[in-house]
Ligand binder design. Structure first.
Ligand SMILES: Nc1ncnc2c1ncn2[C@@H]1O[C@H](COP(=O)(O)OP(=O)(O)OP(=O)(O)O)[C@@H](O)[C@H]1O
Ligand SMILES: [Mg+2]
Length: 257
């Protein structure tokens, strides 16, 4: 069986990772590239709000409990963890959401981590595309939460400082062993111009998409409406739809049919 196509959305804080993740999940569902697994790997769990779905708990909080609580009669620990894991997974039309929550505190978590990796491993095979919204920075890659994404999107604003940071993230990912041809730059909040410096950066980090500054995104944010519910023809949504198409073309045969 083929692995799903895994897209990790990375970038510095506040560049629009969660916004793009939510719009990308919607675009994939609309295009019929289902089922999609949306992974919220940011400890500040907020992809659920952007997607407009409720979550009961996170993998982090479940792990704290499932390994300390007493187990229902007739179940062993492994079975209980598997059962709890299914409950962490929020199901929606065309996609599921896995909120990772906070990483572990103190103590040895080798067994829980191994078991949970196994649960995730089992899950992944059901999905055609996995979209991971990560926390700012590169720690998630360093930690190995996502081993080898097929596509690493590095989101930046159009400023010189922004694209410089994007290049640093690329260099770090490269030093951690990620293939250079899997990394792409996404300029978000594009208003017609990108810093001149971007030209140098895109020589090593191809520009996959420019997502326009979109009042509908801002409005959704102000009114606490899910980003995924912005109008179908709003500029950011249209641009992410195009991005989804390019991403699927890059993944090509990797997508499970
Ligand atoms: N294309 C856009 N047009 C207008 N506003 C946008 C756009 N993209 C993102 N924003 C706004 O920018 C802010 C940050 O976006 P978002 O939360 O998606 O960033 P993030 O990278 O996930 O942040 P964090 O690093 O905190 O997780 C939000 O208020 C969002 O509404
Ligand atoms: Mg975010």
């Amino acid at each position: 069986m083929t692995r799903p196509c895994t897209v990790v959305i990375s970038g510095k804080g506040g560049t629009g990772k969660t916004t793009i993740a939510a719009l990308l999940v919607s675009a994939l569902v609309e295009a019929g590239a289902t089922p999609v697994l949306a992974v919220d790997a940011d400890p500040n769990t907020n992809l659920n709000e952007a997607l407009g779905i409720e979550i009961a708990e996170t993998l982090g909080s479940m792990r704290e409990q499932a390994f300390t609580e007493s187990i229902p009669p007739g179940m062993d620990r492994t079975g209980y963890v598997r059962y709890r894991f299914r409950r962490v997974l929020a199901e929606a039309e065309g996609f599921d959401l896995l909120p990772m929550g906070r990483p572990e505190g103190s103590g040895c978590y080798c067994f829980p981590n191994a078991l949970i990796s196994e649960c995730i491993g089992t899950l992944e095979r059901d999905y055609r595309v996995v979209v991971v919204d990560s926390e700012a920075g590169m720690e998630h890659i360093a930690r190995g939460t996502v081993k080898n994404p097929d596509i690493l999107l590095i989101v930046s604003d159009p400023s010189a400082r922004g694209v410089r940071t994007a290049r640093r993230i690329r260099d770090l990912a490269l030093s951690l062993g990620l293939a250079p041809d899997r990394m792409y730059l996404v300029i978000n909040r594009y208003g017609g111009e990108v810093a001149e410096e971007a030209a140098g950066v895109t020589a090593d980090l191809p520009l996959l998409a420019r997502i326009p500054e979109d009042p509908a995104v801002e409005e959704a944010d102000l009114r606490a409406v899910p980003i995924a519910a912005i109008p179908y023809d709003s500029p950011a949504r249209v641009a992410v739809r195009d991005l989804a198409g390019r991403g699927r073309a890059i993944c090509g045969g990797k997508e499970r049919s």
